[in-house]
Ligand binder design. Sequence first.
Ligand code: PLZ
Length: 458
Amino acid sequence: MSGVSRPAGGPDLAQVRRVVSEIPGPRSRELLARQRKLVPAGLGAVLPVFVEAAGGGVIVDADGNSFIDFGSGIAVTTVGNSAPAVAERAAAQLRRFTHTCFLVNPYESYLDVCEKLNELAPVPGEKRTILVNSGAEAVENAVKIARAATGRPGVVVFDHAFHGRTLLTMSLTAKNKPYKQGFGPFAPEVHRAPMAYPYRWPTGPVRCAEEAAHALADLLDRQVGAENVAAVLVEPIQGEGGFVVPAPGFLSSVAHICRARGILLIVDEIQAGIARTGRMFACEHEGIQPDLITTAKGLAGGLPLGAVTGRAELMDAVPAGGLGGTFSGNPVACEAALGVFEEIEAHGLLERARQIGDTMLEHLGGLADAYAAIGDVRGRGAMIAIELVEPTGDRVPAPGLAARVARRCHADGLLVLTAGSYGNVLRFLPPLSISDALLEEGLTILGEALAKELASAV
Ligand code: PLZ
């Protein structure tokens, strides 16, 4: 084991981009060779540099490279890596006790996190929250609760959705490769409706919301039977699916369609929630009030914690012993989550997410004007993406271009992630602790990578 004197992370880390080796560098390549012998090939890595420290807006690797972070560990370190309130609260809790199991002996920090989520979540009326270990586990529990509360089996999800990798959540996920191929048979009672994806709606963006809502109602009434459906499950902005922002008005139509049929609405805020989009919950932008909301990722600043927050009478429909888990709502993760809420309040991070969004949209809009290969620029707050297409004007996805631009960015010290059902989306999820200087520098590197790649393609 190495790492006797590793650099400390958090906001004190030098906020600079620095590329001192090829990417990945020699030390990371050595570790990657070790990884290949130790862990299965099924675990990929976007940028296989081994991390030594991270904080503010950078990630430092084992070769001394410092990357500008436009990924936040897939929307997790929203308040920054090792953010002070998170690190201090978690460290103090580690010294008090690490675990009791909430089902054996409860502790107050679990209640504090639930109180905060109940207070903030745009769910109507009295609320309850259960804590779990991951996003997938939150979705699993939301479905269990919806079924128990309605006595109905069906779940309706959307095209391009991602809800996790467990058997049920994989079944809820839309994309076959790499998530589902070879892993069937899938969980039953899952039905899929088209998503109101404005850029790719067959009749164009104007009629997208209305036609997609009609398709959902038709699926419910004619194909499945509304009385067989416990819940409709939707991401307020689709994450892995490519940061698809549903056409304006679509989510409120979904809410209306559900209410009229006694179907519960579950909003999956795992990627878009917890301050990422400039609101605590992304569905607030559309003014909807779901019955149940799932959170995870950004909730505990990197410690594993997920939650389901919902209307009290639904959450209480499951009798004692029906919900739980050994590690669920671990006390260190609960303290970290309380630290996340403190960081958001102390540093005005909702406003910061909106500023980051404005900067990114302005810069990327300029690039889209310059390059026909950028078919769409979309997202909210610090959750923005560009969709890359062949420059022929007919929206043919360009996944190869996205991969090559991402690789150029990585080689230049900017961590970006790809996404999308067609693999042709570059998504940007900077931590809200990133400086303006690093944000601008990252956007400049992205512009240069695009320019070089498009020039070399002709
Ligand atoms: N719901 C909306 O975005 C996780 C997946 C990374 P877990 N997205 C990142 C990968 O390739 O596995 C996600 C999500 C939404 C649910 C989940 C699942 O959350 O914490 O990964 O289980």
